[in-house]
Design a protein around this ligand. Sequence first.
Ligand code: ZN
Length: 73
Amino acid sequence: MNPSQTVPCATCGTPSEFFAKPVGPFCSDRCQLVDLGRWFAEDYRISEPLRPDHFEAFEDWDGTPRRDPDAQR
Ligand SMILES: [Zn+2]
């Protein structure tokens, strides 16, 4: 693997050394944040609408954290 390999920034397309920085395929931490914010925004937007059956698992939940819903029955 070539340590000096350059890749286009995932946000602005500016070529940068992938392994030279801790920000991954981005030219700067700012572009990393931009991409992250965009990813979150799109993720929330395309997520399916909540349906009643999404809450079935919480119907008898008393508010305390538990790993196995059937363990206390
Ligand atoms: Zn960039």
